[in-house]
Every structure is written in structure tokens, then in C-alpha cells.
Design a protein around this ligand. Structure first.
Ligand SMILES: [Zn+2]
Length: 345
């Protein structure tokens, strides 16, 4: 019993010592390969830290808990290829570091044991974010093949092939969001949701037309408009019907842009669509069928300018031949890319 009591007392004592124990920073050192800033910590327990990062000012705030400074440190020693400014504040129980990073430097903070260290890894950012974001929407996909036409070519395959080429064309100058990059089914409402979430500046939806009359051919571009001609309305109803066919009530897709942005976005969409359709048709030797406004469900849900390109008619032999040739798909991507770039820059 005495032994047990002694054990208990010593346990309480050790807990008290443990709780009061403050750590101290023994050394701060820069490591070059890999790029790291290392805080060597004299402590009996694993040090805890808090961090926050102010992206705009590139300022990392790192606070190491229950720790004080051992020796004095000269912050200017750590300024170099990763760090622009280094300050520290002793809060009595905690110590805070204000570390301004150089542009394009990313960081990661973690602890290591034996001996205890808090480490910041620095890396040169590979993302190099561009100013504008384009959402590329390859029409249909997965269980929805879109229109099936001549020689059983499927709309979803050609739209995906051109979308991928357009992505590589745009990636040099834009951030690109692919609504789908594989043969997957995505509802019409989710397509615009993905683009809105990415804060895309333009929504480009690629489709292929189909008609009962196999002689119908050529390219046309649509933009979102609440008013439309009977012809444009028919095309919109046709594309929207794929939503209905695969279980989506397309009438429930709300127009989230306000009246003012609606007019502005329509104007922008027309500015992109008009020269684009003409140059696309000319370069591919296809018929220029013009541009039209209509109530397309997939464009309605997007909060910005958007165009829906009908690259040709899958029901027309000549158009199918043109659209399935890789050289022509490259021209489509190039022309789409050039006109989009011309609009933004
Ligand atoms: Zn379609």
C-alpha cells in the first residue's frame, strides 16, 4: 500500500513538473537542400504550433506554444531565396514568428522528434496561376452518348477529343477547368456548378448538332438568351432534352446571374461567338450557320459569359468526315483558343 502511495505521489509530482514544463528554442537554422527552416527545440514533450497564412501579403504566422527563446536570434540571418522578412515576438508563454515569403514560394510546417524540431519546408510553386479561368465543357458523356450519327459516331467522343486539344491550347495563357476529362456522365446543373465554383471567366460548351435532314450541315454558336428565335429554341430544346432523358428536370436549373450581369454576359458572349463562328467555319471549309441566343439549360446556370459551340452535324456525312479527322480537331482547338485569347488579352 505504501509503495502504491509513493508511486501515486511521484506520479502526481511528475505530472506537475510535466505541466509546468516550458520548452525553449535552442537554435534556428536554415537548410539548403531541401530548403527548410528548422527550429531546434529543447523540450520534454512534442512541441505544438499554430499557423496561419495571409496569401495576399505572403505572410506566414507561426506560433510555437509553451516555448520561449533560448539565445537571441538575428532574423536577418534567415533572409534569402525563400524568406523576404523574418520577425519574432515573445508572448511570454508562446513565441510567434512572422515570416514573409518570397513570391511563388509555398510552405509546409510540421514537427519532428528525437530531438524535437519544428520544420518549415519551402518549395517553388509550380502552379503559376494565370489571370483568367476558362471552363471547358465536353458535351454529354458516360451513359449519355449525345447524338449518334453517321457511321455510329457519338457526339460525346468528338466533343471530348476537341475539349482535350482545346485544354492544351489554352493552358499556356489560362487556368483551365475541364468539366469532364473522361467518358463520364455529369448532369447539366453540375456542369455549371463546377464552373461557378472555380470562378470561371468563360464557359465553353462543345456539342455536335443532329438533324432529320441529312443534308443539314455547318457550324453554329449559341449563347444564353431568354428570348430566342423558333430555330434556336428548337436546338436548345433538343440539347436540354438530354438532361430530361437522363433524369434531370432542366427547368429547375436557375439563372443565378442578375438582370444587369445577364445583359453584360450576353454582350460578351456575342462578342466572342460572332468572329469565332466565322473563322472556325472558314478554316475548316464548313458552312457558317451563324450565332443565336437561346435558353440552354447548361448555359443558364453559369454565372458569366458562355458559348455553346455546335461543331457540325453528326447526321451529315461531310461534317462527320471533317470533325473526326485529328488535323481538323487541332484546327478547331487552335481557332477556339486564339479567339478566346483575343477576347481576354
Ligand atoms: Zn449535345
Amino acid at each position: 500500500m505504501k509503495k502504491l502511495l509513493l508511486f501515486f505521489v511521484s506520479f502526481i509530482l511528475s505530472m506537475t513538473v510535466f505541466a509546468n514544463n516550458t520548452s525553449s528554442i535552442k537554435k534556428i537554422r536554415m537548410n539548403n537542400n531541401p530548403s527548410q527552416l528548422i527550429f531546434d527545440i529543447n523540450s520534454k514533450i512534442k512541441p505544438k504550433f499554430n499557423q496561419s497564412y495571409d496569401e495576399y501579403n505572403r505572410l506566414l504566422f507561426l506560433e510555437i506554444e509553451k516555448t520561449n527563446l533560448g539565445p537571441k536570434f538575428n532574423g536577418s540571418n534567415f533572409i534569402g531565396k525563400n524568406i523576404e522578412k523574418f520577425d519574432m515576438i515573445d508572448y511570454g508563454s508562446n513565441i510567434g514568428f512572422f515570416i514573409k515569403l518570397k513570391p511563388n514560394i509555398t510552405h509546409k510546417v510540421y514537427t519532428l522528434s528525437n530531438p524535437y524540431r519544428v520544420v518549415i519546408d519551402f518549395k517553388v510553386s509550380s502552379s503559376n496561376k494565370k489571370e483568367f479561368t476558362i471552363a471547358i465543357d465536353a458535351g454529354h458523356g458516360g451513359k449519355d452518348p449525345g447524338a449518334i450519327g453517321f457511321k455510329k459516331y457519338r457526339e460525346k467522343d468528338i466533343t471530348l477529343a476537341v475539349s482535350k486539344k482545346l485544354k492544351s491550347k489554352l493552358s499556356k495563357d489560362f487556368n483551365v477547368i475541364m468539366i469532364r476529362e473522361t467518358d463520364t456522365f455529369i448532369t447539366l446543373s453540375n456542369r455549371s456548378k463546377i464552373a461557378n465554383k472555380a470562378k470561371a471567366d468563360l464557359f465553353v460548351s462543345l456539342h455536335i448538332n443532329s438533324a432529320q435532314n441529312s443534308a443539314a450541315q455547318g457550324m453554329e454558336i449559341f449563347y444564353f438568351s431568354k428570348k430566342s428565335s423558333p430555330y434556336a429554341e428548337k436546338i436548345a430544346a433538343y440539347e436540354n432534352s438530354f438532361g430530361e432523358k437522363y433524369g434531370e428536370k432542366t427547368t429547375s436549373i436557375a439563372q443565378i446571374m442578375g438582370e444587369l450581369s445577364y445583359n453584360k454576359n450576353m454582350e460578351k458572349s456575342i462578342t466572342i461567338a460572332k468572329p469565332l463562328n466565322t473563322s472556325l467555319a472558314r478554316r475548316l471549309g464548313m458552312k457558317d450557320r451563324g450565332i443565336y441566343g437561346a435558353n440552354f439549360a447548361v448555359l443558364r446556370g453559369f454565372n458569366g459569359p458562355g458559348i455553346l459551340v455546335e461543331l457540325g452535324f453528326i447526321s451529315n456525312k461531310i461534317d462527320v468526315k471533317k470533325m473526326t479527322r485529328e488535323a481538323n480537331q487541332n484546327i478547331m482547338a487552335e481557332e477556339l483558343g486564339n479567339k478566346i485569347k483575343g477576347f481576354f488579352y
